[in-house]
Design a protein around this ligand. Structure first.
Ligand code: ZN
Length: 357
């Protein structure tokens, strides 16, 4: 028996075609199928690697990702008293949306607080998991013309799915494109369900999935202290107001986790733009997260924001791996600009799929 191998170019193309058929031909009664596809893609980044190997995902991991995806979507969209929360189902409101909305109201919007509560979090997780197993998990790959079981085998029951060889590889290789497609289709679905209430809505997608210009001001005092008033990138003093920057650019991966934020000169920030930072910056970033972990995490808890260093590190590993694969250049500074990766990022981040140091 030979070990895993990455899928060939034609296998990757076949994967994308099947995914497209799933989106086009699958019947979507609730938005669960979009959430499921998104959740699988997210988990491939955090748990998978680029070997082409199979990947096992538990329904509880998938459920946790569902909660994170629906969390920002269950706040009232408008002042309309008739339907304060957007409908995500053709009939009555989707059960997961109701459960998540209930906890969101209870924890005043703070997912970090809910996760820390343990008992409420566990209860919500179990409820969502039950629905995931009953509703989308074994129906996702059914389209009008039959079954396209290319992602995982359909056992119709159980608490685990095993992604077939090459699937995690493809989700990682095409993550930005795939999630863009899912979010677009998901937004359209919600728009159609809520036409009566929404009218001519301008930007439903930003409401559902966040926009890159999110208010990050809350991080500024913590980062100013931590960086002693200096720019994360050029290490010179920030004389006026610094920008809170996503170290792994928001465009590459849009989850806001505490460790991903750094404070930078507005000039350094706009020069870096949507690029990955060079390996010397990556080294400083991982160093900071290691040596000042307790201080950082205490700060994040005080700010009531989510943080997960192992996950942030896995996402960085994925992002640098993809950049290396595509021979993309990385950003050095506003003066030097760009250079290729040396491969040092592998030493800095360690192996994918392994616990963070
Ligand atoms: Zn700077």
């Amino acid at each position: 028996m030979s070990g895993p191998r990455p899928p060939t170019a034609s296998e990757q193309l076949a994967f994308l075609r099947l995914l497209q058929r799933l989106m086009d031909e699958g019947s979507f009664v609730a938005s669960y199928k979009f959430a499921l596809l998104h959740a699988i893609a997210d988990l491939c980044l955090v748990k998978g690697d680029d070997s082409g190997a199979e990947l096992e995902l538990s329904t509880s991991e998938i459920a946790a990702q569902f909660i994170r995806l629906y969390w920002p979507q269950v706040v009232p969209y408008s002042a309309s008293a008739e339907q304060p929360i957007l409908s995500q189902n053709t009939g009555r409101q989707a059960a997961i949306v109701r459960h998540v909305a209930e906890q969101r109201a209870r924890y005043q919007g703070s997912l970090a607080d809910l996760e820390r509560s343990r008992s409420d979090w566990d209860r919500l997780l179990r409820e969502v998991e039950r629905t995931v197993r009953k509703m989308p998990l074994w129906k996702l790959q059914t389209v009008r013309s039959g079954r396209l079981d290319f992602l995982y085998e359909n056992h119709e029951s159980g608490q685990v799915v095993r992604l077939q060889p090459g699937v995690a590889y493809c989700f990682r290789a095409f993550y930005p494109m795939i999630t863009d497609m899912i979010e677009g289709a998901w937004s359209q679905f919600v728009q159609q369900r809520n036409r009566k209430h929404l009218g001519q809505v301008v930007d439903l997608r930003s409401f559902l999935f966040g926009s890159r210009r999110k208010a990050l001001d809350a991080y500024r005092p913590l980062l100013t202290d931590l960086q002693e008033g200096r720019c994360f990138y050029c290490e010179r003093e920030i004389k006026s107001r610094g920008d809170v920057d996503h170290f792994i650019p928001w465009r590459i991966y849009s989850l806001d986790l505490g460790h991903n934020f750094v404070l930078a000169h507005p000039g350094c920030n706009s020069s870096k733009s949507d690029l990955l930072a060079a390996e010397e910056h990556l080294e400083r970033w991982t160093e900071r997260s290691r040596t000042r972990r307790a201080e950082l995490e205490h700060g994040f808890d005080q700010l009531r924001v989510l943080h997960d260093w192992p996950k942030s590190r896995q996402i960085a590993h994925w992002a640098y791996g993809q950049a290396a694969e595509a021979d993309r250049q990385v950003w050095v500074g506003s003066k030097v600009d760009l250079k290729p990766l040396s491969g040092d990022w592998r030493r800095i981040l360690g192996a994918a799929g392994q616990p963070a140091a």
